[in-house]
Write a protein of this length. Structure first.
Length: 331
């Protein structure tokens, strides 16, 4: 049985009168950035709602082209191709994203690090991996990792990776950033309300067509079919990292796809982490970092950060939470 915190979105696809305005809920699912995106908007016209969703989709596609390490023409690929060679001038948008990522690395003491990509050559979670990596392979890969080797020049808006073979990737922050940008666009166009669910990185604004708050369901870790509690999300975001998605087994031990960039080895001790904050980008990055840091260090960090909360499920299926989380249990 998969054990995690399940995000269950409560919304009604109905029309009603609210403040003399007829509101409808429009929803569409799509494949973007290698993940399923679900976009829901509340608006006064169904046709306009689908136009809004198409605009949000276009914005997410734009960001994917900017940050994709797989697209040879992206700014990110240009940075990676020039690692150890020369600084690369980039757009202000990408520069600021990398700058924020480095700051998150600093506060998590390297548990979050966008330069982790060299480990992709060591760990494979597509079924092709037949044996555990050697210590030599691990050391060679980890040697190419280190956020402190990402040199940023704010005046020139350049990015330089100091070491040849270094790579940056936005797998642990990109979908959250895309969700934030799509939401920002919708708000700028005065879309009443909605949800952007970027493969589990979720952000909301406004309320349901009924005027009620958007809710997420926290599943009982011993039974996914039972909701332990409902939590409202008001103008806020949530992201979850879990060890159920991708893993390999060696000698009966499970190795998750969430890898500590400081050691090269998969994190252990946690089944899932959900982070609650205003920014989906921040939620995305911190969910990964706290998963790697573990229960004590992770919750200690969260309790020092204003406006950030967390729910953890450890590998014994016990729920832990930060100081600001108060369950209203249904059981």
């Amino acid at each position: 049985m998969r054990v995690t915190i399940i995000l269950i979105i409560g919304f009604l696809t109905i029309s009603l009168q609210s403040q003399d305005k007829k509101l409808v809920t429009v929803h569409k699912s799509m494949e973007l950035m290698g993940s399923r995106f679900d976009i829901t908007v509340v608006t006064d016209n169904e046709e306009v709602g689908y136009i809004n969703i198409a605009e949000a989709e276009a914005e997410i596609s734009r960001i994917e082209k900017l940050i994709s390490a797989w697209d040879p023409n992206s700014e990110t690929s240009l940075i990676n191709n020039n690692a150890g060679i020369k600084p690369v001038k980039v757009s202000q948008e990408l520069f600021m994203l990398i700058e924020r990522a480095v700051k998150i690395s600093e506060i998590t003491e390297g548990a979050f690090d966008i330069s982790y990509s060299s480990l992709d050559e060591v760990w494979k979670f597509d079924g092709s991996m037949k044996e555990k990596p050697t210590e030599e392979q691990m050391q060679n890969s980890v040697a190419k990792i280190g956020y402190e080797k990402i040199i940023l020049n704010a005046e020139e808006t350049t990015v330089f990776l100091k070491q040849k073979g270094m790579k940056i990737s936005f797998g642990a922050i990109g979908k959250g950033y895309a969700a934030d940008k799509a939401k920002e666009l919708m708000v700028s166009k005065q879309v009443e309300a909605g949800i952007i669910n970027a493969g589990g990185d979720l952000t909301t604004w406004g309320t349901k067509a009924t005027g009620e708050k958007w809710l997420i369901g926290i599943a009982n870790p011993l039974s996914e079919e039972k909701i332990f509690s409902w939590l409202p999300i008001v103008e806020s975001s949530v992201a979850t990292s879990g060890n159920y998605e991708k893993f390999v087994l060696f000698d009966g031990k499970k190795y998750t796809h969430i890898i500590d960039p400081r050691t090269g080895w998969p994190a252990s001790g946690i089944n899932s982490v959900s982070i609650f904050a205003v920014s989906a980008e921040f939620c995305d990055a911190l969910a990964t970092a706290v998963f790697i840091m573990g229960k004590e260090a992770g919750l200690f960090l969260i309790d020092q950060l204003a406006g950030i909360e967390a729910i953890l499920v450890d590998d014994n299926n016990k729920i832990h939470k930060s100081k600001g989380i108060h369950f209203e249990s249904n059981e």
